[in-house]
Design a protein around this ligand. Structure first.
Ligand SMILES: [Mn+2]
Length: 495
């Protein structure tokens, strides 16, 4: 569904979930501005038992002039209702009686709780509903003024603990738009009520230390408090990583911090939530959510507290560490494979930005920092994954073709010039290339989750799950890495 199709309705009601948070309000507000630009009468409402009282939200409404009302029923002339940051039919949103013939649209970023159809836009991999609305508005070429941009920025900001738990590249793109920084600062410093200070101190006291990981339970609270709490807890000596969580109405919300190279916050958050929700962020800060319904399905009634404890223990037991060039893996005993000559893409970093520019390559898997340099090329793998490669290595391994690199992807990797702030897509500069015959590797399927610390990056690691492959180049076992199972099956052949 395209947003433009909604422009035909005249009496639109945009509904936030009950006890609306900044993301719901701000997403709804941006959508309201868009729909009003077509002359529609578009109201913003929420239901439920409580009115908005959080200090930062009251300031937000006042400063951005957002009109939102607490409603008992829908305006009778409503011909379209849109729920934002929630799904009509789910438990956290009042199920208003709908006027006969009115259409229902859902725009949300939580896990689907209702059957999806052509009138639902649900994108659970995005960290905020504001990201989704922003992307939709952008695709309609809607001119967003500073007020709308500030609102969307703040929606993302508050759903990601001050941006630190943004996961998708689109989240990171939104994090860089123009906004009223003064207002955001004010809102940031109006976040906690005295009662909430008690929640933080209570969570810090209610802890369990599992080896080097601290697990802290907070009373049900605003997700931001979890972030504040984990920022404090993380600084404690002996705790390399901390997980702070609280039980919400439909699930468990968690915030993760890590200060150890061996634990990426994004990865442990993903591990804890896998199968019952989703988690992610960056290497130091991450967040996640586990739905109670999904949890019940996979855990057979384990209490959430015990489930989290088990997941943390499981995480600690679950992986092997391999340091490139310094490990006891017997690569020589692994079967030999040949890499198939499937076309991939590459771009010279200096074709994107001038030599010497500090650049960040933004991909689905995360951001990679490097410098535009005649010896640095960017590879685009067969599944769209992007990584830097030394020119010499590239030239030894690939035959360049003159064809332009053409590929449709869920997210086209972008390159950011960190100094000028300029941004460029990688594909216009990309050409197609074919691996040379004869690249021979040793590989073995992983029986256990594994982290490989490569030559490339002294801070991050490759992470592979059971079923993925540990691969080393024949002739240089020090150059070892992980290849995902799907890519491996597609691009390697057993000798
Ligand atoms: Mn949200």
């Amino acid at each position: 569904m395209k947003l433009k199709e909604l422009a035909k309705y005249r009496h639109i009601t945009i509904q936030c979930h009950d006890i609306p948070d900044a993301d719901a309000i701000c997403s709804g507000f941006a959508l309201q501005c868009y729909l009003r630009s077509f002359g529609a009468d578009a109201g913003l409402i929420y239901g439920g038992t409580a009115k908005i009282s959080k200090p930062s939200l009251l300031i937000l409404l006042d400063m951005l002039n957002i009109e939102i009302s607490h409603a008992e029923e829908l305006p009778p002339e409503t011909d379209l209702i849109i729920t934002v940051d929630c799904q009509r039919g789910a438990g956290n949103v009042k199920n208003f009686d709908i006027p006969l013939g009115a259409a229902v649209v859902v725009i949300d970023h939580h896990r689907p709780e209702i059957p999806e159809n052509e009138n639902t836009i649900i994108r659970p991999h995005l960290a905020s509903c504001a990201t989704l609305v922003w992307d939709l508005l952008r695709k309609e070429n809607f001119a967003m003024d500073n007020r709308i941009q500030t609102a969307l920025y703040y929606g993302l900001f508050s759903d990601t603990n001050g941006l630190s738990e943004a996961r998708h590249p689109l989240d990171r793109d939104l994090a860089e738009i123009q906004h009223d920084a003064g207002l955001i600062k004010k809102l940031k410093n109006s976040a906690i009520t005295p009662d909430e200070l008690d929640i933080i101190s209570g969570a810090l006291r209610k802890r369990e230390i599992i080896e080097n990981i601290g697990l802290f339970q907070a009373q049900p609270c605003d997700p931001n408090l979890l972030g504040f709490t984990s920022d404090i807890a993380q600084q404690s000596v002996g705790i390399d990583c901390c997980v702070v969580y609280c039980l919400q109405r439909h699930g468990i919300k968690l915030s993760v911090r890590s200060g150890a190279r061996e634990i990426m916050a994004s990865e442990i958050a993903g591990h804890i939530c896998r199968g019952a929700g989703s988690g992610g962020g960056n290497i130091e800060k991450a967040g996640g959510y586990i739905g109670f319904k999904e949890l019940a399905e996979i855990s057979g009634g384990t209490a959430p507290e015990d489930y989290l404890k088990n997941r943390v223990k499981n995480y600690l037991d679950s992986y092997t560490l391999i340091y490139a060039g310094n490990n006891s893996v017997n690569f020589g005993a692994m079967p030999l494979y040949k890499k198939l000559p499937l076309p991939a893409g590459y771009a010279k970093s200096t074709d994107i930005f001038p030599e010497g520019s500090k650049i960040t390559v933004r991909t689905l898997e995360g951001d990679i920092d490097t410098v535009a340099d005649k010896d640095t090329y960017l590879m685009i793998g067969i599944q769209g994954e992007v990584y830097p490669i030394l020119r010499e290595k590239f030239e030894n391994g690939y035959t360049v073709s003159d064809n332009k690199y053409l590929r449709k992807a869920e997210y086209i990797p972008t390159v950011l010039n960190r100094v000028t702030g300029e941004r460029a897509e990688i594909t216009p500069a990309a050409k197609s290339c074919i691996p040379r015959e004869g690249k021979i590797v040793r590989a073995e399927m992983l029986a256990k989750d594994t982290k490989v610390f490569s030559y490339w990056d002294t801070e991050r690691y490759f992470y592979g799950g059971k079923g993925d492959y540990l691969v080393a180049n024949e002739g240089d076992y020090g150059d070892c890495y992980i290849v995902g199972r799907d890519i491996f099956a597609e691009s390697y052949e057993r000798l």
